[in-house]
Design a protein around this ligand. Structure first.
Ligand code: SF4
Length: 338
């Protein structure tokens, strides 16, 4: 696998660690801009449109995170501020710039940003901002695609379609920042063949990096309730390992593999418990590659139209989301207090 750690080492000459930041964003799938309730696997109870995070708290999170990493590892060459919970491009662009620059300017050791978002929440104004920041820093924009199948997206209550993902990546690719895709394996109703169709679609669309997650359930979510009631089964460990290897064989050898499983804190996770054994799982995946005599990219078929040759489409961001982003001043979407 073209692993994330190795790719960062090549670029920065040492260990780079991510520090997770909660900047107080909410989500258009929670506040009603496109839907309410959020995705069925997401514990979004805290994503209230009225919550406030002070700018100082963003700095404090970064400082505490960096200190904690330094206690764990002897040598750290730098940090990536990872804007992780909620939809981290969902605020007026001026506010986004303010919070991202705050993180980048906090310390010379902050070498870049990773920004998690939805495919329907990246109007051109946000992509322009990413390109601007990427002139001097490593910037990774992480899209929650999850699957190429709209039935699966509907089951999760994502409130966007795969068409939004195609539109977003065709506008975002090749603009100086990294485009990373999040995929969930084990969505109920998706066969192995359907997951491989998603793999081929990821390869066709030409993302720079990928994070693979098993579907897992946590407390306080609609999915968690269904799993506890026994109406939904999570994927078995062996099937997951096989599926990950099948998936990565279809990826380009150039694609950076940032994750091969997802997990949650043990007291919060319902099922499957096996995903807590991250290192063992990774080893099993590597051993399965060895057993087969294959590697990432073994079954990659370059798309007929190279991703860089795909035409750039018109921005299809929903108007209700643009109304929150393409505006001046401060909206209640993100209430930062200096
Ligand atoms: S889009 Fe992301 S933040 Fe919003 S509800 Fe879904 S998983 Fe949660």
């Amino acid at each position: 696998m073209n692993s994330f750690g190795a790719s960062l080492r090549r670029r920065f000459g040492g260990r780079i660690q991510r520090v997770s930041i909660d900047a107080g964003f909410t989500c258009p799938n929670v506040d009603g801009a496109v839907a309410r309730g959020g995705c069925n696997f997401c514990d979004n109870r805290s994503f209230s449109p009225s919550r406030r995070v002070r700018l100082q708290q963003v700095s404090e999170q970064l400082d505490l995170g960096m200190q904690s990493v330094r206690r764990r590892y002897d040598r750290v060459a730098g940090f990536i501020a990872y804007f992780q919970p909620a939809t981290n491009t969902y605020a007026p662009v001026d506010q986004l710039r303010e919070v991202y620059q705050l993180a980048l300017g906090r310390s010379d050791d902050v070498v870049g940003l990773a920004i998690g978002t939805r495919p329907d929440c990246v109007p051109d104004s946000v992509l322009d901002l990413m390109s601007e920041l990427a002139l001097r820093h490593h910037v990774s924009l992480e899209f929650g695609m999850q699957t190429m199948h709209d039935a699966g997206l509907q089951w999760m209550n994502r409130a966007h379609s795969h068409e939004h993902m195609i539109n977003a990546i065709d506008r975002a690719r090749g603009r100086g920042f990294e485009c990373c895709v999040h995929i969930i394996l084990g969505i109920p109703g998706e066969s192995h063949e359907m997951m491989m169709q998603t793999a081929d679609e990821v390869a066709r669309l030409g993302f720079d990096a990928i994070k693979l997650h098993n579907l897992y359930s946590v407390k306080g979510t609609p999915l968690g309730e269904e799993v506890l009631a026994g109406t939904i089964q999570m994927m078995e460990r062996d099937a997951y390992v096989q599926t990950v290897v099948d998936f990565l064989e279809r990826m380009s050898p150039e694609t950076i593999v940032e994750r091969v499983s997802g997990d949650a804190p043990p007291n919060y996770l319902i099922e499957p418990k096996w995903c807590l054994e991250k290192s063992a799982l990774r080893l099993e995946i590597e051993q399965e590659f060895q057993r087969r005599g294959t590697r990432q990219g073994s079954r990659y078929r370059p798309p007929k139209v190279p991703p860089c040759m795909r035409p750039r489409p018109a921005d299809n961001t929903p108007q209700s989301i643009r109304d929150q982003i393409d505006t001046r001043g401060r909206l209640p979407v993100l209430k930062m207090e200096s």
